[in-house]
Design a protein around this ligand. Sequence first.
Ligand SMILES: [Zn+2]
Length: 1046
Amino acid sequence: MAAPALKHWRATLERVEKFVSPRYFADCNLRGRLLGDTCPLAALSSFLTPDRLPYPEAVRQHFRPAQVGDSFGPTWWTCWFRVELTIPEAWVGQEVHLLWESDGEGLVWRDGQPVQGLTKEGEKTSYILTDKLEEGDPRSLTLYVEVACNGLLGAGKESMIAAPDPEKMFQVSRAELAVFYRDVHSLLVDLELLLGIAKGLGEDNQRSFQALYTANQMVNVCDPAQPETFPVAQALASRFFGQRGGESQHTIHAVGHCHIDTAWLWPFKETVRKCARSWTTAVQLMEQNPDFVFACSQAQQLEWVKSHYPGLHARLQEFACRGQFVPVGGTWVEMDGNLPSGEAMVRQFLQGQNFFLQEFGKMCSEFWLPDTFGYSAQLPQIMRGCGITRFLSQKLSWSLVNSFPHHTFFWEGLDGSRVLAHFPPGDSYGMQGNVEEVLKTMVKNRDKGRTNHSAFLFGFGDGGGGPTQTMVDRLKRLHNTDGLPRVQLSSPGRLFTALEGDSGQLCTWVGELFLELHQGTYTTHAQIKKGNRECERILHDVELLSSLALARGAQFLYPAAQLQDLWRLLLLNQFHDVVTGSCIQLVAEEAMCHYEDIRSRGNTLLSAAAAALCMGEPGPEGLLIVNTLPWERTEVLALPRSGGAHSLALVTVPSMGYAPAPAPTSLQPVQPQQPVFVVQETDGSVTLDNGIIRVRLDPTGCLTSLVLVASGREAIAEGAVGNQFVLFDDVPLYWDAWDVMDYHLETRKPVLGQAGTLAVGAEGGMRGSAWFLLQISPNSRLSQEVVLDVGCPYVRFHTEVHWHEAHKFLKVEFPARVRSPQATYEVQFGHLQRPTHHNTSWDWARFEVWAHRWMDLSEHGFGLALLNDCKYGASVRGSVLSLSLLRAPKAPDASADMGRHEFTYALMPHKGSLQDAGVIRAAYSLNFPLLALPAPGPAPAAAWSAFSLSSPAVVLETVKQAESSPQGRTLVLRLYEAHGSHVDCWLRTSLPVQEAVLCDLLERRDPAGHLPFRDARLKLTFSPFQVQSLLLVLGPARTETLPLGL
Ligand SMILES: [Zn+2]
């Protein structure tokens, strides 16, 4: 017997490392024996195309002879290779692989079906032709390899997130057949795991030395040139790995996963192929490993695969039946968690869950959003309303300032809804199955002693790729070994069931999950943000008007299929690298096309619904004024007049209803409202006054005074000016489009205007305005019209900017004569408070936050609200309200935000609370202008209202046709409590309602939810920020109208 090894840790460790090294001593070590004989291909030919062709079309093309070493490209093109091969007869009994190494992302096609992805970056460089060549097996075969000219993570020039290099060329560096030795592979896996254990547990640990000496012993007994020595080495490893842990071992649930960004550093169309490459590989792994489970999110991607790769889709359905392919998430895409509206978030689940139910027989039970930049406080309620009580993410581990205190916890939302949340403690969704990650998952778990289970998501991700057989082999080997956590190939369902059984001591986190990073994504790509807000509005209006047309006219066909298409486009754009603006130019352009599609088709649908709505009712003008909000509004509206002119009119339109357009002769006067007065002083300053607020602008356009007339109360801080544009240097640490860092605040530079540029626009009466120009920098300029209407409680700032900057951030500031330690921001279906000070690191990490249509700073009895029509970034520091307007990042899209922008914000001083003052309604009004829609014939003579509510606290957000509706005559209404109060509310309707019943967000009836409907109204009871949905079953259409009001 040989002498035992000397006690030298490093030498022993490195000896074993060299034995498995692909780099050193491969001429004599074990790694060098992984492959046996090789054999060239019988023939290789290729066909290059700029298009992404379907297989049948591609293989019909003219293929030219090709060879290893050939270059192809450029970026975004596709090279199809025809691979003709003959396996040597002498290889009978062996496992034979096609070895394929090329740049780009490959997909192997065999017999017309996609069978496996091939990417160097994803450690997939061989395709198993046979695991044992039998006598008489066919040995000649033709395969195709479709290689996309982009990497797993796009084609960034020099760095990953740099704008793509359009000229990149690609190369095949290896294409041949080889004999593969499975026993060598197993030994390599074991030795690498033993090395990992030795290193991971370290020199203080007994088990670490056992691993090291076992590995050393294996090297001693194993002669790479003599396979007959392998079983002895294997037995040594098996003895080690077979030594079991104790009962208290932590259990890791290893779930195969493959995060595929629906568009990011590559266009949407490439994602379709990424899904095929990644999931064919996953199917192969599921076939070969019956205990391997693959969790897959994003219905949109599955829908793409269903239409482009029906064979693959069928296989996924088979594996779903076996429980190996597990759809998760429940949403259409993994959307951004901050910017989408509440209704859009509901639609993510509605479209997603219905798709999963239809295609895979059941809905998802986990919400899955591992890579999104923060999570709204309303998500727990939305999840629960969509049949989900479990949530998985990990992105908060990216927070730059504070470390989130839990990995397993209850997450309580704005309304008190609670879900069980789990963040894989390894802080990743793309693990490789090595020991370091397994140990990290156990050691870093912040709920040690509270729960004994963790998730471990393995597989290449972001750009797809997914798990490999080697990862699965590693994890299986670590099934139950003393010194390590127990590793189970598991499913999300089994993980959460275990966590639920273990949840007695878990902590609760209340409110939003704020990511302390990527705060630039609230602002980057302003046009995408604007498209999002506008299209959310259009779909809201189309659904409402179509529902009303349906209720009133038996002939009207609700455009359900078209609306589904348009919603899916909007939801697609809400993906976490699209609406956030963190995508390449190609994606941003596609996103803008999607918005354009929604705008044009949506407006057509809107006109059709309006036409149907007033059919047959005689009236004076061919114009219908429509109010799509659930309260009566009196506003100034520009009405189109003959000859292309417009005239202003003050119109009153009932709640969710319409009014005839006033005849041109009846346009004036505006009594009893006070008209708007506009005065320009000799110093050039302008005052606008409508009797509610008085606005004073200095000669440069800055706001020197904003007074609430009735009380004489001044809203602008003493000695300061509002409407102050400010520029910041905006150079983050790395993630350009994503990040704005706290230090940008130290570079604040006010943009100073020139006196004498302010001029009067509209001269008063119905509307008063003043406008000015402002040179922001030598390259960028701005023009603004400050508008005050009769009867309007807020002043609007219509802004146009020509923006040509690099790494600058433009904001507008309003120092308020208000003092409060917290400001209020609108979020989905409600609002929340955030601090205005920087006491703790948790406070200052929120130096830039997101909001939807309004933010408000109030003290007792008085406040100032800042409204917007398409912005999301905001902050309040001390008493200064600040709205984030434009950024200028250069990666991954060098052209982001360059060019012309148009947006509107508004300022509303108010007495009392923001709720009592009507801030929420004002912000809705700014975002949902009254519509002047052409009617086909004469418009109706009388005003009409479909719905109204008795409480200002309740918002009727959505009216739509139910997804499954007998004869189409069931509507869904979604309402929420917007003030943060317990309230009873009467909903009144003039529609012919036969039955009213509560339902969940997926429109499933609540068996106990029947609502008495009498005298055209029904009663609802809300708790703070509660969302309620109900089904209204309509009777036959009728034409009489009910009196307005309650
Ligand atoms: Zn992602």
